[in-house]
Write a protein that binds this ligand. Sequence first.
Ligand code: GLY
Ligand code: MN
Ligand code: MN
Length: 438
Amino acid sequence: MADPVKGEFARRRTQLMRLMGSDSIAILPAAPPRQRNNDVEYNYRQDSDFYYLTGFNEPEAVAVLIPGRAVAEYVLFVRERNREREIWDGQRAGPAGVVKDYGADDAFPITDIDEILPGLLEKCSRVYYTMGLNQEFDQRVVGWVNTLRAQARSGAHPPQEFVALDHVLHDMRLFKSRGELSLMRRSGAIAAGAHVRAMRFCRPGRMEYEVMAELLHEFNRHGADISYHPIVGGGANSCVLHYRDNSARLNDGDLLLVDAGCEYDYYASDITRTYPVGGRFSSEQRAVYEVVLEAQRAAIAKVKPGNSWDQPHEAAVRAITQGLKRIGLLKGSLPGLIRSGAYKAFFMHRTGHWLGMDVHDVGDYKVGDEWRVFEPGMALTVEPGIYIAAGTRSVSRRFWNIGVRIEDDVVVTRSGCQVLTDDAPKEPDQIEALMAAA
Ligand code: GLY
Ligand code: MN
Ligand code: MN
């Protein structure tokens, strides 16, 4: 399979090393395997920062970058080849393999790291490292530095300064390259296809987990996996923001909210669609749905270079407040309702987040006290919602158990933004037509 970002790993390392400058070293551990129970592990997923720089998906590895080091700027510590272990767990690249296939200038067995790493640190005054993510590895880094401190009287030079590697790296990750965007487009298209499949499958009497199975089948058959545990919530469950059980029967007359995205070759999509279990919106459901759709459109229109991170949210808040007023769920003046945050009884989350290798991707939302300004290549979700739980005071029962969210993935372009997930219909008429034809 052609890999659109393969050639980029080296370019990223070069860019990071340029930002670090000489006299410095970066150290990144691979993700530790996570235990599920007893001797069974969760499916291994490489750390996003580590993968972003290496393209290497094995556990028990450490990447080291030392800009300007004559013998080798990029050093990998990896598991050695092992015939016995490879019979059980599959092939390992080994030190020779990562030099040949992953662009390392030099590589050593991971078991030798305690002997070798202090020597690499010795020449550098600044250490770029992400503290606090992996406490066991933090201790080892501190241990290597202490080894040098203990030798200071015999002439060793311990590093003087720790710098937050994540801060530098995450700003790089915020801007997606063409290769990354083509993976994100693919991830979005697979997830959109899964939502269409779920819409076709949905009908009264089916279980939420059966709908989830359709989504998973569609992800898996395209070589993708989930990017988070899907939310498949019918009726009252559509109003539970982080509903996870997916265990209830779907009833005619209820809405179904499906929030599901996939991860394709390390890139996430994140889509929400809401539709009537029986294929036809009631007038109250349609009224609420249209308010959310208007809010989403208003928010998407604000995603363009020069606008700030908060502008799509402000537009969504305004459209939702206006819409809730129109259908009689809020009363008062529009500016007053916005100022008092009256909409928060129905719309209690923000309108989106950065999207990339992580579903809630890295990157700062503010620079100092100011919201970040959009620039081409940034990718984000736009996901307003209205949730009216049963028992909501001062709201007619006819509106209870209506939870609607509409979520798409967008990328900032030079002139505005492009929606990556519009293969999944969101016009109410389109949804009804698709469900009627199923
Ligand atoms: N599915 C998680 C989110 O929408 O942020
Ligand atoms: Mn989201
Ligand atoms: Mn979502």
